[in-house]
Ligand binder design. Structure first.
Ligand SMILES: [Zn+2]
Length: 317
């Protein structure tokens, strides 16, 4: 189809006998311009597509390199499937009254003490990493921490720390928490909350995980903060329970959680356990955890009076 403006131009040429001798060269010239323009547009489109493919390829390659894995080592179709969503009903409840003022007083004093006492405990760099911006399928990931996983150390805090100080070059052996709390309430910060600790293996929360290593299934590590409580002496076995954690641990726990909740806008219902997120069904920590003890402290710190940040599906990608 010839555009209107071209039809008018051709018509006017035909009506001009003086321009008759120019028709052939001008026509050939116009045809060359049209063909040239068409070629340029098609070529440009193809090269743009190539650029897209190349940049996607580079992103995936970078991810593979970060994970120290071979490029051709891909997940099986079964492990690439997203996990089944398991609902989480937080034991923490809305509470606006019945708050013990003495608890807030005690926590405020402890908070001042922690400013000086809270220390960074450096661990080996193989046991933590940057949060991934892309999964292995080239999908963008939200790197903001928005889930807290509670653990227990099983052994002493010192033995757990010694494990984290060791070099673990194999992905499967890498392990760490962001923070640990000793029986006497001491707070040890191991991994910066902006970085990725390896606290959970095969895991998901409300059907969401992030697959960032082509050799391993997905996990919550990319969007989680991991906090571990030192196990009491009578719990250093594989049994189902022990005498529980100390009041000093619950005090420090509430303050660390409060800081993270403020800093990253994490709602109380996004505090969960390793047992809940573990997809293999092998973890039961933290055993004998008292949600009631956490409830009274988070209520005193004004985290439970409003139900904020309702969980919605898709938020965890
Ligand atoms: Zn755990």
């Amino acid at each position: 189809m010839v555009p209107d403006y071209l039809a008018t131009l051709i018509k006017s040429w035909k009506s001009q006998p003086r321009l008759k001798f120019l028709r052939l060269p001008l026509g050939a010239c116009a045809l060359s311009i049209i063909i040239g323009l068409g070629w340029y547009l098609v070529d440009d489109q193809v090269s743009n597509q190539d650029d897209d493919h190349e940049s996607k390829g580079q992103s995936v390659k970078l991810i593979y390199e970060q994970d120290n894995t071979a490029k051709d080592n891909i997940l099986t179709s079964a492990s690439s499937k997203p996990p089944r969503a398991i609902s989480w009903s937080s034991p923490l409840r809305k509470q606006c009254s019945g708050i013990d003022p003495n608890i807030l007083l005690r926590l405020n004093l402890l908070q001042k003490k922690l400013i000086n006492d809270r220390k960074d405990w450096p661990i080996h760099e193989s046991n933590y990493g940057k949060r991934h911006h892309w999964d292995i399928y080239g999908r963008r990931l939200n790197t903001s921490p928005r889930l807290v996983i509670l653990h227990e150390t099983s052994g002493s805090l010192t033995s757990a720390y010694n494990t984290f100080k060791d070099n673990h070059p194999k992905d499967e052996w890498q392990v760490s928490y962001h923070t640990m709390i000793s029986l006497d309430g001491k707070v040890a910060d191991l991994v910066d909350p902006h970085l990725r600790a390896y606290g959970a293996g095969n895991s998901a929360f409300l059907g969401e995980w992030a697959v960032t290593n082509p050799r391993l299934t997905g996990s919550v590590n990319n969007f989680a903060l991991h906090l571990s409580l030192e196990t009491p002496w009578d719990g250093r076995h594989l049994g189902p329970s022990h005498s529980g954690y100390t009041q000093a641990q619950y005090d420090s726990l509430a303050l660390v959680l409060s800081q993270w909740m403020h800093r990253f806008s994490i709602p109380a219902q996004n505090i969960t356990t390793h047992q809940h997120v573990d997809l293999a069904g092998e973890r039961s920590d933290p055993r004998s955890f008292s949600w009631k003890d956490l409830q009274i402290r988070l209520a005193a710190l004004d985290h439970l009076c409003t139900r904020k940040g309702k969980l919605d599906k898709g938020k965890f990608r």
